[in-house]
Design a protein around this ligand. Structure first.
Ligand SMILES: Nc1ncnc2c1ncn2[C@@H]1O[C@H](COP(=O)(O)OP(=O)(O)OP(=O)(O)O)[C@@H](O)[C@H]1O
Ligand SMILES: [Mg+2]
Length: 365
């Protein structure tokens, strides 16, 4: 007889995450499969997410955490925590104890009144997200970075050990940490240039032919069709300062996309907590129905796309300039009424705000 099907399919997780995370479908698919396998008790690969600043790594991890904690039917086995890698360098009590401590605490919150044995069992099936993992390099330039080494070793202890001692109320317990799922994320700033250099002038040269790209505003530029995901190897990460034992425990390396103009436009309006929705809520409090024209949206996304190294964060800065004055005086001096007044953000307003930045005038002017 067939067992009843598992209550969650990778596709369900994917669809849910897509409501918050834009333009990273490939990464979402991989995370979805890993999480579902893990929840089923199936072996699942640890994941290392690499993506430029502002491409959605923290957003993605937060989305998985929120989704799993919102599914009450999963709460017994979805013990998820998210920590900053830097915290692991503070390990005074011993390697890995911070992670185990957080999972143990979380287990108590998920199932109040659970016995210590039950909570330990939940720890052993935990999901641990480690953000900013690139900050725990073991070497920076040619100098050893002790905090980084300590933090990597702390994690390694958990990732490779079947028995880590863990103390609860003065009593020692053995925790088998080999079943915990780890997903770490980092921007690995110089990695892109390092790998590009290796691929274009280093030992394994590949011929990259420039392609001409035309943006929606008519801007023409040449780009090299180089995608980090096609070339990155474990030894690039070793050279970056991650120890081989540590990175090789991440069986799957997932490179996030750089967000393009169309993604940025969607990020600006679509997700539940998007910049535009949040702003509309603010204006609604003053009886104003804030709207935006297609042209204005394209201009905001175009402006954000040309800011280097900011990713979607550039949207926020750009929009501040557009909306600053209106936020100060939402109803334009009019009395608050029951029928909402429509305020439209148009392309000319956005262009003026962008020009203001270029002339160095303060934000919002
Ligand atoms: N792919 C995305 N989908 C939706 N929103 C995004 C995406 N990428 C970035 N954002 C938005 O941009 C902001 C910054 O994103 P996030 O913190 O996830 O970046 P990050 O990749 O973690 O960057 P860093 O390496 O600097 O930590 C968030 O407020 C988020 O709303
Ligand atoms: Mg982040």
């Amino acid at each position: 007889m067939l067992a009843s099907p598992f209550p969650l399919r990778p596709r369900d997780v994917f669809e849910e995450l897509r409501r918050t995370v834009v333009g990273q479908d490939d990464a979402l698919r991989q995370i979805a499969v890993a999480v579902v396998k893990h929840l089923m008790g199936h072996p699942a690969p640890n994941l290392l997410l690499i993506g430029n600043s502002g491409s959605g790594k923290t957003t993605l991890m937060r989305a998985v955490e929120q989704f799993l904690s919102s599914r009450l039917d999963l709460e017994r086995f979805a013990n998820v925590i998210r920590i900053n890698a830097n915290v692991l360098a503070e390990e005074r009590q011993g390697y890995g104890k911070v992670v185990l401590g957080r999972l143990f605490e979380n287990a108590g919150r998920l199932v109040p009144g659970a016995t210590v044995a039950k909570r330990i069992a939940s720890v052993e099936r935990g999901i641990v997200f480690i953000d900013e993992v690139d900050k725990i390099r073991g070497r920076v330039s040619d100098t050893a970075n002790v905090r980084g080494i300590v933090a990597q070793e702390a994690l390694l202890t958990l990732m490779e050990n079947e028995n880590v001692e863990f103390e609860v109320d003065g009593q020692l317990y053995g925790v088998n940490s080999s079943g915990i799922l780890f997903a770490a994320a980092g921007a690995f700033e110089e990695l892109y240039d390092d790998v590009l250099r290796r691929a274009t002038i280093g030992a394994d040269v590949v011929a990259l032919k420039p392609v001409v790209v035309v943006s929606s505003t008519g801007e023409v530029r040449e780009e090299l069709p180089f995608h980090l995901r096609d070339y990155v190897r474990y030894d690039d990460l070793f050279r970056y300062g991650m120890t081989p034992q540590f990175v090789s425990r991440f069986e799957s390396i997932v490179v996030l996309n750089d967000l393009v103009e169309a993604d940025l436009a969607r990020i600006f309006v679509e997700p539940e907590r998007s910049i535009f929705r949040t702003s509309r809520e603010y204006f609604a409090q003053f009886g104003v129905d804030l709207q935006i024209t297609r042209g204005a949206l394209v201009a905001i996304a175009w402006d954000a796309a040309r800011q280097n190294r900011l990713g979607a964060r550039a949207l926020r800065e750009g929009f501040r300039r557009v909306i600053g004055e209106l936020e100060f005086d939402p109803a334009g001096g009019a009395e608050l009424t029951d029928s909402p007044r429509v305020v439209m953000i148009d392309e000319a307003m956005v262009r003026r705000a962008i020009a203001g930045r270029e002339q160095g005038s303060p934000r919002g002017k």
